[in-house]
Design a protein around this ligand. Structure first.
Ligand code: APR
Length: 242
């Protein structure tokens, strides 16, 4: 299987990667679904946009614990670095990610389309000013804007919000252009992100999937399923690309 994937990658003129929570698992960030998934421990209601506005303190307490106190310490792993290295060596055009952890950029990828936003940026819901993480203290919750005192929200997508338009457009463009589409560590459960690989497939791309477990794509559109952890499979691929 890996040789088939390597052949596709070597012949490809436009490869795009599409990543989900699974690529960051080996950085210590748990996935959302499954036995040890976040949603088995926390109630996803804290990330509902209406709940957030109605209960900013409760939402912020949970958001800080999950996305800043704990995940904030995560570092890119060798799978993130392998994608960055593939981009540098000309084997990968871009990464579409559902993750908000900034780890692709920290690993060195430069063309990253963040379908769900980024936790390292904060946005004032009143005056719409953006703040970098570190510019605002998360000690007193809920976080409010130093300029206008309105509620501050992490600049990632909550349930009930739209996809950032630029990331959406660039992701669709990449899916349409790609001749190889590398799907790594996602169940394919959440719309509209889950539709992107189908879009790539119907535009003619071969789908290579990396996941220790079958996903919604495995028996539907995947051409080559490389069953395993992202770091292991990406390590093998990187070592063999010529
Ligand atoms: N390497 C690769 N994949 C892995 C690894 C690993 N080491 N460990 C787990 N996985 C796989 C799981 O088998 C699963 O298929 O990662 C996937 C994680 O799936 P989800 O938790 O559903 O995450 P994701 O698909 O990214 O979720 C999509 O759901 O709640 C929303 O907005 C959130 O962006 C997120 C979206």
């Amino acid at each position: 299987m890996i040789y088939e994937a390597l052949g596709m990658l070597n012949r490809s003129k436009y490869t795009t990667a599409f990543t989900g929570a699974g690529i960051s698992v080996e950085s210590g960030i748990p996935p959302f679904r499954g036995e040890d998934g976040l949603w088995s421990k926390y109630d996803p209601i804290v990330l509902d946009i209406d709940y957030f506005h109605a209960n900013p303190l409760k939402s912020w307490e949970m958001i800080k614990e999950i996305f800043y106190d704990f995940f904030g310490k995560a570092r890119p792993n060798s799978a993130h670095k392998a994608l960055a290295s593939m981009e540098q060596r000309g084997f990968l055009k871009n990464v579409i990610t559902q993750n908000i952890d900034n780890l692709h950029q920290e690993a060195g990828s430069t063309e990253v389309f963040e379908f769900h936003g980024n936790s390292h940026q904060l946005l004032c819901t009143g005056c719409k000013r953006y703040f970098g993480l570190g510019e605002l203290s998360l000690e007193t919750l809920p976080v409010v804007c130093p300029d206008c005192n309105s509620l501050i929200k992490p600049d990632f997508i909550f349930f009930g919000e739209g996809i950032p338009p630029v990331a959406y457009r660039k992701s669709i463009e990449a899916a349409e252009k790609a001749d190889v589409f590398l799907v790594i560590g996602t169940t394919g459960e959440i719309m509209p992100a889950s539709q992107i690989p189908y879009h790539a497939k119907s535009s003619g791309a071969k789908i290579i999937e990396i996941n220790p477990n079958p996903s919604n794509y495995t028996h539907t559109i995947t051409d080559v399923f490389l069953q395993g952890k992202a770091t292991e499979v990406m390590g093998d691929i990187l070592a063999a690309l010529v």
